[in-house]
Ligand binder design. Structure first.
Ligand code: TPP
Length: 373
C-alpha cells in the first residue's frame, strides 16, 4: 500500500491557474475614453478611426430602425445588436471580401458589411427565399444560423475546403454567443478545424446572457477563450466594447490563421443592452438595473466618440446627419423588401438543393401546376 504522501499532482493549483493565459482582455481605450495603450492606438490613422466610428453609428442606427419596423409588425424574427457594435464592427472590419462568413442570427450587421444588402437582411427576417440572392452575387457568406452552434461545424468544413483548394489569404470565420459554447457543435467545430489545421477564426461574442441564463451559470470555465486549449486552439479575450482592441485582435487572429498555423479563438467581452429578441422577452425579469449599469457605462460608442471629439475628428452634428442618412437608407430597404414578390412554395423548394432530389423535383412540378391555376 502506498504511503500517504504529498499530492502527486496539484489539481487545485491547476484549476485555479488554468485560465490565466486566456484572461488578459486586450484594451486600447477604456470606458472613460482614456487611451490605455498608446502604442496600439498609434497604429490607427485618423481616417481609420473615423471609419470605425461610422460603422458603429451605422450598426446602432440599423438596430434602432429595425426595432421600429419590428414594433410596427413589418418583420419576422430579429435579434437586437444594441451594445455589441464594437464587437461586431471591429471583427467585420478585420475581415476581407474573399473570406467565408458563417453568421448566426445576431450577425446581420456583419453579413451586410460582407456584401449582403439591408433589404436581404429584412427578407431573411421575413423568411423570404430572395434573402439569399447575395450567394448568387458571389458574396461568400452562408445564411444566418438559428440553431445554436451549428455554424461552427459548417464553418470548420468550409475552412478545410479553403485549405484543400489552396486558396491564399482566405479564412472562414464564424460567431457564436456565450451560450453557444456549451453546445457539442462548438467543440466539434473547433476540434475538427484544429485537427486539420484549417484556416478558421472562431469568434465567441460573450454578451453575458443566453436569453435568461447568465454567463456564470452557463459554464464553470472561467473564460470562454480557454475552451480552445483542449483541441490545440489558442484563445484570447478582448474588450468587446472597445472597437480598436477588437479590430486589432481580430486582425491578428486572421494573420495568424492565414499564415498556416491552424485556427484561433477570440472571446469578445460585450453586453446585450436590450432583450434577446424582438419576440419580446423582458430582461427586467432576469437581471437588475444595478447589474446593467456598469455595462451601459462601457457603451462602445461613448468612448470612441470622446476620443474622436478630443481630436476634433467628430461632432454631434456630423453624427446626427449620418444617423438620419442611414435611417433613410434602411426605410428604402424596407420598402424594397416589402415589394418582393409573394413567396410561392415552388420558389421555396427550388432553393433547397442546387440539383433537386427526385422527390423535391416532383414536388416542384406539383406546386408549379397548382400555382399556375
Ligand atoms: C440547438 C438550439 N438549442 C436551443 C435554441 C434556443 N435558443 C435560441 S437563442 C438561445 C440562447 C443563445 O445564447 P448565446 O449563445 O449566448 O447567444 P446570444 O443570443 O446571447 O447572442 C437559445 C437557447 C436554439 N436556437 N438552438
Amino acid at each position: 500500500m502506498a504511503a500517504k504522501s504529498k499530492h502527486v499532482v496539484d489539481f487545485a493549483k491547476i484549476k485555479s491557474t488554468m485560465s490565466d493565459p486566456y484572461k488578459k482582455p486586450v484594451q486600447v481605450i477604456d470606458e472613460s475614453g482614456k487611451i490605455v495603450n498608446q502604442e496600439l492606438f498609434d497604429q490607427f490613422s485618423d481616417d481609420e478611426l473615423v471609419t470605425l466610428m461610422e460603422k458603429m453609428v451605422w450598426e446602432r442606427a440599423l438596430h434602432e430602425q429595425t426595432m421600429n419596423f419590428s414594433r410596427q409588425g413589418r418583420l419576422g424574427f430579429y435579434a437586437p445588436t444594441y451594445g455589441e457594435e464594437a464587437s461586431e464592427m471591429g471583427i467585420a472590419h478585420a475581415m476581407k471580401k474573399q473570406d467565408y462568413l458563417f453568421p448566426a442570427y445576431r450577425d446581420l450587421p456583419q453579413l451586410i458589411q460582407h456584401g449582403a444588402t439591408v433589404k436581404e437582411g429584412y427578407l431573411w427576417s421575413k423568411g423570404h427565399y430572395q434573402a439569399y440572392d447575395y450567394v448568387r452575387r458571389g458574396v461568400r457568406a452562408f445564411i444566418p444560423q438559428i440553431i445554436i452552434g451549428a455554424q461552427y461545424v459548417q464553418s470548420a468544413g468550409a475552412a478545410l475546403g479553403i485549405k484543400k483548394n489552396g486558396e491564399k489569404d482566405t479564412v472562414a470565420y464564424t460567431f457564436t454567443g456565450d451560450g453557444g459554447t456549451s453546445q457539442g457543435d462548438f467543440y466539434e467545430g473547433i476540434n475538427f478545424a484544429s485537427s486539420f489545421q484549417a484556416p478558421e477564426v472562431f469568434f465567441v461574442q460573450n454578451n453575458g446572457w443566453a436569453i435568461s441564463v447568465p454567463r456564470k451559470t452557463q459554464t464553470a470555465a472561467e473564460t470562454l477563450a480557454q475552451k480552445g486549449v483542449a483541441s490545440g486552439v489558442p484563445g484570447v479575450q478582448v474588450d468587446g466594447m472597445d472597437i480598436l482592441a477588437t479590430y486589432l485582435v481580430a486582425k491578428e487572429a486572421r494573420d495568424f490563421v492565414v499564415a498556416g498555423n491552424g485556427p484561433a479563438l477570440v472571446e469578445t467581452l460585450t453586453y446585450r443592452f436590450g432583450a434577446h429578441s424582438s419576440a419580446g422577452d423582458d430582461p427586467s425579469r432576469y437581471r437588475t438595473k444595478e447589474q446593467e449599469k456598469p455595462w451601459f457605462d462601457r457603451d462602445p460608442l461613448i468612448r470612441l466618440r470622446k476620443v474622436l471629439t478630443d481630436k476634433k475628428l467628430w461632432d454631434q452634428d456630423k453624427e446626427d446627419k449620418l444617423v438620419a442618412q442611414y435611417k433613410d437608407e434602411f426605410k428604402e430597404a424596407m420598402k424594397d423588401a416589402e415589394a418582393a414578390p409573394k413567396q410561392k412554395v415552388s420558389d421555396f423548394l427550388k432553393n433547397t438543393f442546387e440539383v433537386p432530389t427526385p422527390d423535391v423535383a416532383a414536388d416542384i412540378k406539383k406546386y408549379e401546376a397548382k400555382e399556375s391555376k
